[in-house]
Design a protein around this ligand. Structure first.
Ligand code: 5RP
Length: 220
């Protein structure tokens, strides 16, 4: 089975967590695109979706799913999103698609965070995937120098602007042994909007598509 088929299987499995009559939080990325396609099959049974990016909004609307502002939705019962890496505590690296800030807000505003991914995303130690950090444009160089002090090698994601009008630094060469501590340290740097470490608010369940089917992984 190829990674796309694994992603699709995980997306199908996530439908079990979606209730009817409610508003669903929707992440961003190729795995989530499969989930949006699944959501379309029950679009008349849900109130709508809160979207984490312009790209997901476009796909939701193309399917005729109503997109609802988070401010109008209140607490969400479920948020479904992908990840670039997940450890066994279901702490994640996210932001490969650059949507980390809105993703983190919706994850925080949701009772249950269901992460969907193919089996290549599960790791013992986070950090092989470069850690995305969204920064205000004027702070780019300053934040990069501070990230070097934390042991990383930041690279500016050139020709990329986030949905919020900001920039992304991808931090290479990190071995993240204390994810919650590093998340706080990076959040504390002036000019950082969001770090793509989802450790303080980890996922509640990971649905991992693999050749043997979908594994349901709960935090260790
Ligand atoms: C976007 C994200 C995505 O969830 C992450 O990049 C995984 O993407 P994909 O499902 O395409 O592998 O965090 O900001």
């Amino acid at each position: 089975m190829n990674p796309d088929e694994m992603k699709k299987q995980a997306a199908i499995a996530a439908m079990e967590y979606v209730g009817t009559d409610g508003v669903v939080g929707v992440g961003t990325g190729s795995t989530v695109n499969y989930f949006i396609d699944q959501l379309a099959t029950i679009k008349n049974k849900i109130e709508g979706a809160v979207s984490s990016s312009e790209a997901s909004t476009e796909r939701l609307k193309a399917h005729g799913i109503q997109v609802i502002d988070l401010n109008a939705a209140g607490e969400l019962s479920v948020y479904v999103d992908g990840a670039d890496e997940a450890n066994h505590f279901l702490q994640l690296i996210k932001g490969g698609g650059g949507a980390l800030t809105r993703e983190k807000i919706i994850a925080a505003a949701s009772k249950k965070f269901v992460c969907i991914a193919d089996s290549s995303k599960l790791v013992d130690v986070l950090g092989e995937f470069p850690l995305p950090v969204e920064v205000l444009p004027m702070a780019r160089s300053y934040v990069a120098r501070e990230l070097v002090k934390l042991g990383g090698t930041p690279m500016w994601r050139e020709n990329f602007v986030t949905d919020n009008g900001n920039l992304i630094l991808d931090v290479h060469h990190l071995q993240i042994m204390e994810p919650i501590k590093l998340e706080r340290q990076i959040n504390d740097i002036a000019g950082v909007v969001t770090v793509g470490l989802f450790a303080a608010r980890a996922a509640d369940v990971l649905l991992l598509g693999s050749s043997d089917g979908v594994q349901t992984i709960l935090p260790k």
